[in-house]
Design a protein around this ligand. Structure first.
Ligand code: HEM
Length: 169
């Protein structure tokens, strides 16, 4: 998370901006790499807003293809760093949008939604687990379904980062 936040905050600082928009997304390389490892359904409350984000996972696919990927049980976005494999249906090792004639026509829109939301949340807030929860004790089971969701909600506590204009509100 820290690595993704540093990347976003650096990109916006260079541009003299305080809000992430679509033009920044192509510079967020680490964030994009980490999406391949994301799963879940995140609900949270920031000030008076109740928000819900859903992430789709490639975890199941990674698990099924141990000969193509290493460290399958780890959150390891760097695995995509020098990889020619993309998610656009050209490489069957990673097909979060499917492949072929029936692949997802909403790929572009879907990605922008996920990247923009995630980049915004990373830019404006630091996220911590509640004090009594240790990351190694988190239950990472997924529920069964078309998409891979967390079986148990993940509760995180946001605090506004000094670079965010929300700090001045
Ligand atoms: C991150 C977001 C998304 C992911 C991961 C995703 C993933 C997928 C997958 C895996 C399929 C099945 C492809 C296959 O059968 O080979 C699919 C199909 C489809 N998706 Fe998405 N999708 C996303 C967002 C969207 C959005 C935003 C839209 C519409 C605006 C959309 C519309 C569709 C439609 C209409 C199909 C059926 C295509 C067909 O059967 O010909 N998807 N999607």
């Amino acid at each position: 998370m820290k690595k993704a936040q540093d990347e976003i905050r650096e990109v916006l600082k260079l541009e003299g901006k305080e809000i992430v928009d679509e033009t920044n997304l192509h510079d967020l390389k680490y964030l994009k790499q980490s999406l391949g490892n994301q799963w879940s359904d995140v609900k949270f409350r920031v000030m008076k807003y109740h928000l819900k984000l859903e992430f789709l996972s490639t975890h199941g696919q990674l698990e099924e293809t141990p000969k193509y990927w290493t460290e399958l049980e780890s959150f390891y976005p760097e695995r995509f760093e020098n990889s020619i494999v993309d998610y656009r249906g050209n490489h069957f090792e990673l097909i979060p949008f499917g492949a072929g004639r029936r692949m997802c026509p909403g790929l572009g829109q879907g990605l922008i939604n996920v990247e923009l939301s995630l980049a915004t949340l990373h830019y404006h807030f630091d996220w911590k687990l509640p004090r009594e929860v240790r990351s190694k004790d988190l239950n990472m089971y997924e529920s069964i379904g078309t998409t891979a969701r967390r079986k148990h909600d993940l509760l995180m506590i946001p605090s506004i980062h000094p670079c965010s204009p929300l700090k001045r509100m």
